[in-house]
Design a protein around this ligand. Structure first.
Ligand SMILES: CC(C)(COP(=O)(O)OP(=O)(O)OC[C@H]1O[C@@H](n2cnc3c(N)ncnc32)[C@H](O)[C@@H]1OP(=O)(O)O)[C@@H](O)C(=O)NCCC(=O)NCCS
Length: 229
């Protein structure tokens, strides 16, 4: 496979399926590799700090990198917001416009033909998005997560690795479901709430809280702990 992440590239004009990844941490590295497997050419990242030394960094997309990102968009590149924090991804979409954000579904993910997937979504390796599920804009369905039939994952929500949403679950806007958590059928996770790793959610989780444990109970009503990587 051609390595599209080689160092020193300084694209003059973006070509079809050129991609700029916003974010420079671990999740950005994962997205970059999925994108390369799909045939995208990752021309740059834009991040205030990065661990992706092999890709040209345009700088903070909300600071000095903004004009450079806009120039690549102008020449046809697509964007992908690759950071765990829902609020940061939402700010990037407000800044650059959702129309420029590409959905990246790793080729090893299984996505039902009856599922509806909005712009800017990431679906990780081995994830399953089953019949009639809906993924809102810039949602993340991370590595090996399972989104069962008729679930709704709203915009900017993040379902972490190996989490399982049983049928007809709703994960509201900007909510985060931790790694390995299970949400039983029909439950709702409120907007901006965080479900801890390994939790089993058997009751609806209100908005703006952190809940964890088996069964999950509310730990705090200040969902300020973001999963930024
Ligand atoms: C739930 C979570 C958000 C809480 O983080 P926090 O607010 O920093 O909480 P703390 O680490 O201070 O822990 C507070 C209490 O909750 C407990 N706790 C924390 N996480 C827990 C979890 N997942 N399940 C059960 N209890 C948990 C702690 O043991 C502690 O209990 P104590 O007060 O009796 O000692 C965090 O622990 C978590 O699980 N995050 C998910 C991470 C993840 O899945 N990331 C995926 C990224 S792709």
């Amino acid at each position: 496979m051609r390595n599209d992440l080689s160092a020193g590239e300084a694209p003059v004009a973006a070509k079809l399926r050129d991609l700029v990844i916003l974010g420079g941490g671990g999740h950005a590295a994962v997205v970059a590799e999925s994108a390369a497997r799909l045939g995208w050419r990752v021309v740059a990242i834009a991040a205030s700090q990065t661990t992706l030394a092999s890709v040209r960094n345009l700088g903070d997309p909300e600071g000095e990198g903004r004009a450079r990102v806009e120039a690549l968009v102008e020449s046809g590149a697509q964007l992908h917001g690759a950071i765990g924090s829902p609020s940061v991804r939402a700010r990037w979409v407000a800044q650059f416009g959702l129309a420029h954000f590409a959905t990246i579904a790793d080729p090893t993910a299984t996505v039902s033909p009856s599922a509806r997937v909005a712009a800017g979504v990431y679906i990780g390796a081995g994830a399953v998005v089953n019949a009639r599920a809906e993924l809102g804009s810039c949602a993340i369905v991370n590595t090996r997560a399972v989104i069962e039939h008729d679930c709704i994952v709203e915009a900017f929500a993040h379902v972490s690795p190996a989490a399982v949403l049983c049928g007809s679950v709703r994960v509201s806007e900007g909510a985060q479901v931790g790694a390995g958590a299970v949400v039983i059928p029909g439950r709702t996770i409120g907007a901006r709430s965080i479900v801890g790793a390994g939790a089993v959610v058997v009751r609806d989780v209100p908005r703006g809280v952190t809940a964890a444990g088996v069964p999950a109970r509310v730990l705090t009503s200040d969902a300020s702990t973001l999963m930024d990587e």
